[in-house]
Design a protein around this ligand. Structure first.
Ligand SMILES: Nc1nc2c(ncn2[C@@H]2O[C@H](COP(=O)(O)OP(=O)(O)OP(=O)(O)O)[C@@H](O)[C@H]2O)c(=O)[nH]1
Ligand SMILES: [Mg+2]
Length: 491
């Protein structure tokens, strides 16, 4: 599920990546598209609208974040807001001081109450608890039998009797206490929220066993309609959370994305298939990143934020603008990149690797060799590589354990980068001490991203290769790691 939504969002953000600067109208266009994609995934209109407004507002007021480019900033905000509408944090289930902790399952017919009562019992067991299941569905003749068969698989006792649901629940609680069970899960019959009698019955069960947790089981396949049902259950029972079932199917996911906002209660667990093990605590952040389908790009964004030293970047940017960028700065930028972790991992996290690029092919040692070459140079040589003649080359090659050819190549490529940078920086800007931010002055609401010959991704494994022909907006060379981060001004 979510495949279509993921594809749609992928396309939308893919187009953003080629932009160095996002205007207010860019952001509005993108967010309108995101809203359409959400509606197509059957997300509630109110939720989609709120989401659009919130993300747009945050993008427009976005704090300057020099470690991220505009596309990354938008993805980061979308991700954070997706997590928010999915409920923020995973439910932190606590246990009653006076066992058993009582859980009541409620919901429409066939949504998966019985199956998930057992899955939940299995989960409690995995947490070191001793659950008991109560079969209070006396509506359907085979319901208790179904519960017993499933529970037998995981060796969990079931209590039921031929009386009425309220009495079964009450006696079940006594049974749990007398047998020392610390968690009680009560399965109930499916009922429609408009069926007054049955709704009153579950209310009475609830009054009798006073559940610590009342979970509404909802079927993701029924889309956001399932969520509307939840509202009326919530009125009657005061829900603590929802268990979302059949998430593995081809449902469009609208229910998952609308539930929290509409019902005001979080999704506690998710069931992704028929088997008892297809069940997990619902993690909003994990689902959000799955919906975004960005591989681990979010981890990458986090890493970039962590590792990136903004002051250093600013200094490098200043030097760049002043035409002073030298091999020393280059080395520093490369070391920043290395702080993000093994290059292969970083490349593996890139969601938009060009075809044919395989993270396994990334040769980290080349980065190390470039580093060795630069560290074998004197400060003067790093500052003015043009003084490196034949004998210096020889010495550097020996000192770094590389070859004269490699040293020559690095110097040549570095010259090329510098030449390109000069072309990229307008003369009046080069004179200024600190980088001006006037280029964003035309709009009060822009995310700007100055890619001064920098690299956005380490996916190219040619360490010192200049990003030929890409000019100032190049984002794909490894030549000057992260120097693109140097500025991300916004007025
Ligand atoms: N694919 C899939 N099937 C599920 C999931 N959860 C439950 N089912 C199936 O859905 C059907 C109904 O599940 P039950 O647990 O009997 O549903 P119920 O809500 O107890 O049904 P009633 O008691 O009749 O109201 C069964 O065939 C389950 O195997 C799920 O997460 N994924
Ligand atoms: Mg059932």
């Amino acid at each position: 599920m979510f495949d279509t939504l993921t594809d749609r969002l992928g396309n939308i953000f893919g187009r953003l990546r080629s932009k160095g600067k996002l205007s207010e109208s860019d952001i509005n266009t993108v967010m309108a598209e995101v809203r359409t994609a959400l509606l197509e995934a059957d997300v509630n209109l109110k939720v989609a609208r709120q989401f659009q407004d919130k993300v747009s507002e945050r993008c427009l007021q976005s704090e300057i974040h020099t470690a991220l480019n505009p596309a990354q900033q938008v993805i980061k905000i979308v991700n954070e807001e997706l997590i928010e509408i999915l409920g923020g944090q995973a439910l932190n289930l606590t246990y009653s001081d006076k066992p058993p902790t009582v859980v009541l399952m409620a919901g429409l017919q066939g949504v998966g109450k019985t199956t998930n009562a057992v899955k939940l019992a299995k989960w409690f067991k995995s947490q070191g608890r001793n659950p008991i299941l109560i079969g209070a569905d006396l509506q359907r003749p085979a319901a208790v039998e179904q519960l017993r068969i499933l529970a037998e698989e995981i060796e969990i006792p079931v209590f039921s009797e031929k009386s009425d649901p309220i009495t079964v629940a009450k006696n079940g609680l006594s049974e749990a206490i007398s047998t020392g069970r610390d968690v009680l899960i009560c399965d109930t019959a499916g009922r429609l929220s408009i069926d007054e009698d049955l709704m009153n019955e579950i209310r009475q069960i609830s009054d009798e066993i006073k559940p610590h947790y009342t979970f509404l089981v909802i079927d993701a396949m029924t889309g956001q309609e399932a969520v509307n049902v939840a509202d009326s259950f919530n009125d009657k029972l005061s829900l603590d959370g929802m268990i979302l079932t059949k998430l593995g199917g081809d449902s469009r996911g609208g229910a998952a994305l609308s539930a929290k906002t509409i019902v005001g209660k979080p999704i506690a667990f998710a069931s992704t298939g028929e088997k008892l093990e297809d069940f997990e605590v619902f993690h909003p952040d994990r689902l959000a990143s799955r919906i975004l389908g960005m591989g681990d790009v979010l981890t990458l964004i986090e890493k970039a934020e962590d590792a990136f030293d903004q002051q250093e970047a600013q200094r490098a940017a200043d030097r760049l603008l002043n035409g002073q960028f030298n091999l020393e700065d280059f080395l520093e930028q490369m070391q920043q990149l290395k702080k993000m972790g093994p290059l292969q991992n970083i490349v593996g996290m890139m969601p938009d690797l060009p075809q044919g690029v395989n993270p396994d092919d990334v040769d980290e040692t080349r980065l190390t060799r470039v580093e060795a070459i630069i560290t074998s140079m004197t400060h003067e040589e790093r500052d003015r590589p043009e003084i490196i003649d034949g004998s210096r080359r020889n010495r550097i090659a020996k000192g770094s354990g590389t070859s004269i050819q490699e040293v020559s190549l690095l110097i040549k490529q570095f010259k090329e980068i510098k030449r390109m940078m000069k072309g990229a920086v307008k003369p009046n800007k080069r004179k200024k001490k600190s980088p001006p931010s006037n280029s964003a002055a035309t709009s009060n609401h822009t995310l700007e991203y100055k890619k001064r010959g920098g690299t956005r991704s380490p996916r190219r494994e040619r360490p010192a290769a200049p990003s030929r022909g890409r000019g100032p907006s190049s984002s794909k060379s490894l030549s000057s790691p992260q120097s693109h981060h140097a500025r991300g001004d916004r007025n």
